[in-house]
Design a binder for this molecule. Structure first.
Ligand code: NAD
Ligand code: UDP
Length: 330
């Protein structure tokens, strides 16, 4: 085999690799011929997401918790391990903070030891309940440090700090992405996030649960668009370290989302105002993706209507009763 081909095959670690985004990232990396190690404690996911990869020569699964150190020889790391749905990350908030912070320290320590390039999945939650709209990367956010979302928001903010300090202090090649609400096939049906809740409820004929008045907004990015952005960012020249927002800038109210799910699924479910808006729930969210467009040449192409149709199709294809809810909060 020619040497130039061999040198393109990388050993890549994906933490949180069995999750919704991680499993799709593993699919893409495995398909490109890389040697992929998927590390996950299966807290908010299940093995079925990676079942189809388990027998492949260039894929390996390690059940491990990122709060514990691990020694591996790899060329690149994608650090995605962290519960992402508000109900599940608030279930054990101290563990969530540990996962973000100790997980980042352990993965950065590993990257430093083996000189691996390291990517980190940060979040639009670093902007909190934003008073600047849409949110550019330069906005420093409005996070309540002592509220119920803080374990996640502040954990992710601290992780960003660690990434940038390892870059400045140790010269690590880092890539920090701030992900805005992303949805698609392989979301856990009992994930508790809005898209999976609404689709599960619509397909089971249950009431669609709106929190608050449904006037709060989010901007929904389809999974494949997002993963394209991850790969472009990782391949960008050295020095492109972020943070870079990745998300779809088309904004919807939660009520509009509920109506669209009902329409596309043909459900008879009623849309109900189930409970008040949770504390610190951001009232608006939309990414400013100017930087991603100019630096990565990236922008999403899949409209919500198309992505939702594909996601509904996926939920129809799985037996929802076979999924175990990670925590009671969905
Ligand atoms: P997910 O819950 O499906 O995936 C997270 C994965 O991390 C799961 O497989 C879970 O079991 C694993 N995990 C959790 N704690 C762990 C630990 N201590 N050790 C090892 N594995 C652990 O969620 P997702 O949507 O795929 O999110 C992936 C990443 O992207 C997360 O870091 C999340 O914060 C970030 N993110 C996602 C979104 C989104 O809209 N999907 C938005 C912003 C940020
Ligand atoms: N939401 C809702 N009904 C649900 C789940 C969520 O109305 O069954 C709302 C939630 O209050 C928030 C928005 O939908 O305003 C997005 O919630 P999600 O948990 O998906 O993610 P967030 O962006 O808040 O982290």
């Amino acid at each position: 085999m020619p040497i130039h081909f061999l040198s393109m095959v990388k050993r890549i670690l994906v933490t949180g690799g069995a999750g919704f985004l991680g499993s799709h990232l593993c699919d893409r990396l495995v398909a490109s011929g890389h040697d992929v190690i998927c590390l996950d404690n299966l807290f908010t996911s299940q093995k079925s997401n990676i079942e189809h990869l388990l027998g492949l020569k260039n894929f390996e699964f390690i059940r491990h918790d990122v709060t514990e150190p691990i020694m591996l020889e790899v060329d690149e790391i994608y650090n995605l391990a962290c519960p992402a749905a508000p109900g599940h990350y608030q279930y054990n908030p101290i563990k969530t903070m540990k996962t973000s912070v100790l997980g980042a320290i352990n993965m950065l320590g590993l990257a430093k030891r083996v000189r691996a390039k390291i990517f980190h999945a940060s979040t639009s939650e670093v902007y909190g309940d934003p008073d600047v709209h849409p949110q550019p990367e330069s906005y420093r956010g409005n996070v309540n440090p002592i509220g119920p979302r803080a374990c996640y928001d502040e954990g992710k903010r601290a992780a960003e700090t660690l990434f940038f300090d390892y870059n400045r202090q140790n010269g690590l090649d880092i890539r920090v992405v701030r992900i805005f609400n992303t949805y698609g096939p392989r979301m856990h049906p009992f994930d508790g996030r809005v898209v999976s809740n609404f689709i599960r409820q619509a397909l089971l004929g249950e009431a669609i649960t709106i929190y608050g008045e449904g006037t709060q907004t989010r901007s929904f990015c389809y999974r494949d668009d997002l993963i394209d952005g991850f790969l472009k960012f990782m391949e960008a020249p050295k020095g492109v370290i972020g943070p870079i927002n990745l998300g779809n800038p088309t904004e919807f109210t939660i009520l509009q989302l509920a109506e669209l799910v009902v329409e596309l699924s043909g459900s008879k479910s009623k849309i109900v105002r189930a409970r008040p808006l949770p504390q610190d729930d951001p009232l608006q969210r939309r990414p400013d993706i100017t930087l991603a467009k100019s630096v990565l040449g990236w922008e999403p192409v899949i409209p919500l209507r198309d992505g939702l149709a594909r996601t509904i199709e996926y939920f129809r294809s799985v037996d929802i009763s076979r999924f175990r809810a990670p925590t009671p909060n969905y």
